[in-house]
Design a protein around this ligand. Structure first.
Ligand code: G4P
Length: 527
């Protein structure tokens, strides 16, 4: 029973550059999975430009993103957990963290725009971790790039090795359907499918005269030639290679028009991995172990300032998580139990008695959890792989109301635990620096400090190019001692107390590296 529950779970994330169609695809997967009845039910959690001031929009978005954090449904007896990732690039770090909790991903690419910047960054993180990837090329109802050119672009820009499992029949105005290479059949639109699951017709035999009648003999010839080219040029699909992150199947379709989505979903549940083992500092944890273990990958603060509780999202790695059972919060070395753990379904959450590996539970927390914390049946396990990346923007944060210093410190601390931004403390004078991925977070922090903690902050600009985590060859080495003395002005510690070099330009970073060859500089906190 326990093993069956593990085997039927598929926990994954959908990633894309904003506007490629992530929200639409998510919604259509829910629609085909029977979890929602009509299109339009899933709210986009992206931050729309212009309509309202940015931070009001963020508050609205925060509200929606609790509801869409995890969208779960059952399809063909598989329990599917879709982990939502923020679309806005300023929140890329949230997405990186969510990727530590997925067992596979689907990457959505816009057929006209091809590989975009955000896709490159996200796929790189997936590649580094060998996460199995399926590519979905979307918006085939529009004129876009030639499918072979696009496959080339995906290989070169994303460094993937692709194998198409479907092929479009026409494109844009002439888009007629999809040939499913996985199941070896052709599916054509018969009418406008935007509003319902639509009427389609399938052909198992490409020589069926009815197929030729529907798409014309020219198109059929082209299709056959292209399919020959696909099988000649691309490696055959191998599930082992896909699971090892060495081969990436590609699907074509139009999420908006419900086309190619069912094919994607049906293949996905066949090939995508059930919950995987996870490397901890101490050892590798297998999902089928009896003892429970899990880790926090996301913390969501309550929107209501009167209730300071937060929801910590835990990915279950092994064993079962049971309600009202004491578990060890490893970092605090304290036993805690939860009377109302939340499980997530499409658009609703409810209290759950038992959850299995692959599942996400939401735990109410009054400020004890931090991103990356582990919770176990008793074993002291520390999960790896939730590194911090160098922020892009840096500012000094000052307290603008001396009466509220305590509130400010508490607020900053909690927001950092939530992963909103990173805090550095200058070694020389203890001044605090906030580092963020996008400029928007400074507004978020200021707004939330004021509304949730009653503290007022101001910022001061600071010229930092990158934060580099410093790894000395030997702490006592005279070169390292010399480095610390000479560069004192540029040194800070992060929240874990790790030493960080705040380089003010790429040139000065290079010069420093040359001058102190035994000191290593890393752009992430885990090395
Ligand atoms: P995102 O979450 O990746 O940011 O993208 P989202 O699904 O919100 O889609 C971005 C836009 O692309 C939306 O249009 C959406 O309707 C459209 N879209 C998604 N899939 C397809 C497709 O297969 N074909 C075509 N032609 N368009 C598609 P919008 O005008 O920005 O938003 P809306 O007003 O339609 O909601």
């Amino acid at each position: 029973m326990f093993l069956e529950e593990i085997a039927r779970r598929r926990t994954f994330g959908i990633i894309s550059h904003p506007d490629a169609g992530k929200t639409t695809l998510t919604e259509k997967l829910l629609l085909f999975g029977g979890a929602i009845q009509e299109a339009g039910a899933v709210k986009s959690n992206k931050i729309k430009k212009g309509a309202t001031s940015d931070f009001m929009e963020i508050e609205r978005q925060r509200g929606i993103s609790v509801a869409t954090s995890v969208l779960a449904f059952i399809y063909k007896n598989k329990k599917i957990n879709i982990l939502d990732t923020p679309g806005h690039k300023d929140f890329a770090e949230d997405t990186f963290r969510t990727l530590t909790a997925v067992d596979s991903v689907i990457v959505v690419i816009d057929v006209a725009k091809g590989v975009e910047e955000q896709t490159e960054k996200l796929v790189e993180v997936c590649r580094m971790r060998s996460i199995p990837i399926i590519v979905f090329i979307n918006k085939l109802d529009r004129e876009g790039k030639d499918s072979f050119d696009l496959l080339d672009e995906i290989e070169t820009k994303l460094g993937l090795r692709v194998t198409p499992l479907s092929h479009p029949i026409g494109m844009g105005y002439d888009f007629k359907g999809i040939y499913n290479i996985w199941n070896k059949n052709a599916k054509l639109f018969l009418e406008d499918t935007k509003t319902s699951k639509g009427k389609t017709v399938s052909f198992d035999d490409l020589d069926d005269p009815e197929l030729e009648r529907l798409i014309t003999s020219n198109s059929l010839e082209t299709l056959k030639e292209e399919l020959e080219l696909v099988s000649g040029v691309y490696p055959p699909f191998s599930q082992d290679e896909y699971l090892a992150g060495k081969l990436q199947p590609v699907f074509f379709g139009s999420a908006l028009n419900n086309f190619g989505v069912q094919e994607l979903l049906d293949c996905f549940i066949d090939i995508a991995p059930p919950p995987l083992e996870k490397q901890a500092e101490e050892r590798v944890i297998q999902p089928n172990e009896d003892s429970f273990s899990g880790f926090v990958f996301k913390i969501h603060a309550n929107m209501d300032p009167n209730h300071r509780d937060r929801l910590a999202f835990i990915k279950i790695v092994s064993g079962t998580f049971e309600r009202n059972t004491p578990y060890l919060h490893v970092r605090n070395n304290k036993k805690v139990k939860f009377s109302s753990p939340n499980a997530f379904f499409a658009e609703r959450k409810e209290i759950v008695d038992i959850s299995y590996p692959g599942d996400i539970v939401g735990l109410h927390d009054t400020g004890n959890f931090k991103i990356g914390d582990s919770l176990t049946s008793g074993e002291k396990i520390h999960f790896k792989g939730i590194p911090s990346f160098s922020p892009e923007h840096f500012r000094y944060i000052n307290n603008a109301d001396p009466m509220k210093a305590k509130q400010l410190n508490k607020g900053v601390d909690q927001l950092m635990d939530e992963g909103v931004a990173q805090l550095f403390t200058m070694s020389m004078n203890n001044r605090k620096i906030i580092g963020t991925v996008g400029a928007l977070q400074f507004e978020v922090i200021q707004y939330r400090l004021e509304h949730e903690y009653g503290a007022i902050c101001s910022y001061e600009n600071l010229n930092v190019y990158k934060a580099c985590w410093v790894e000395p060859e030997d702490e006592k080495n005279h070169e390292f001692v010399d480095f610390k003395r000479v560069k004192q002005k540029f040194l800070a510690t992060d929240k874990q107390g790790q030493l960080v070099f705040l380089a003010d330009s790429s040139f000065s970073l290079q010069m420093t590296q040359q001058k102190y060859p035994s000191v290593k500089f890393h752009l992430t906190s885990e090395f």
